[in-house]
Design a protein around this ligand. Sequence first.
Ligand code: PPS
Length: 350
Amino acid sequence: MALTPRTERMIDRAVELLNSNNNHEALRLFDLVIAESDLQGLEYGKATALARLGNIDEAVITLKKLLRLIPNHPKAQLFLVELLASERSIQLAEKNYARRSKEENRQSQWLPSNLYPDDVFLVSYPKSGNTWVRFLLANLLKKEDEEIDFFSVHQHIPEVGSHEQIINSLTRPRIMKSHAPFIREYTKVIYLVRDGRDVYVSYYYHRLKQLPKRFDFFSFLQRRDHYPCRWGEHVASWTMSKDCSNLLVVKFEDLKSDCFKQMDRILKFLNVNRPKHRIEKAIEASSFENMKRIESEKGRLYKKEGPEVFMRKGITGDWKNYYGTKEKDYYKSFEGQLLIKLKYEKDNNW
Ligand code: PPS
């Protein structure tokens, strides 16, 4: 079919808009041309704009429609697979973990030997700031005038699966650290989230000692054996779950911007009362600089297995130094949707 000069101009303009990331306008124009002509290939441009705007459901419908009309459209096929993988990891996480039996959870060491109804679990994907919150809480819960360090913190808030003896000696209500993906048996949970892009950078440095020499960040990002699973799967399993009735979600980024406010939320959740000056003192004692000093002066437990320096940077947005086009594209295909759901991004246009 011959195109009218007007249609040609509209298509050129829509592609131009897409290339300059003006996705709202591009979408409007694609819709217009599609309505006026029967150029099915344009659905691909429309799907791209939709996905970048975070409307994955519509993008998937558009691609499926295109593939019904032109089954052999390699770019559309690939794009559809990527989008579905991103959505699937969220849905899978919701289903998989809710189905796990108590025995499986016990075997994977996510459960202490006995459970009490008032047990609290401080849960996070690795490298999301768990140690920071443990320091904050330990500084608020400690009785004597002790300095919380990288040894004593385990006495106050031990980790499930590693510190069984300490856990058994805690007074109730107990607070325990865990990296478990969703687990039904945890009935009161503080779930700590950090932007997944920053988490992978932090995790990369955490693992560097065990990785082959000159293993680059992109190769790390692509690994399929992240412990205990991928960031998105973990975060989705908790934040999208409807099965945990007593869940408080706290963001690392909010702790950075207003630690007092977040501590206030956490303490209310725990039904713990502390005067303002105690909270401020705990925040100061748990500042990045102070924890870094404590680490360098006193060392820490698990130093041999872990990174040389635990208190690495403690900032938000470090990912920008590590993600070029290929890292971004790869990341988006897995976890781009979750970043939007968690309001780290407005759309996939970053
Ligand atoms: S672990 O090993 O899974 O328990 O790690 P986790 O404690 O969850 O996360 C480690 C990252 O948290 C940073 N951190 C802090 N940031 C800001 N302020 C304070 N006080 C703080 N304490 C720890 C720590 O530096 C790690 O992040 P990166 O980005 O690697 O610096």
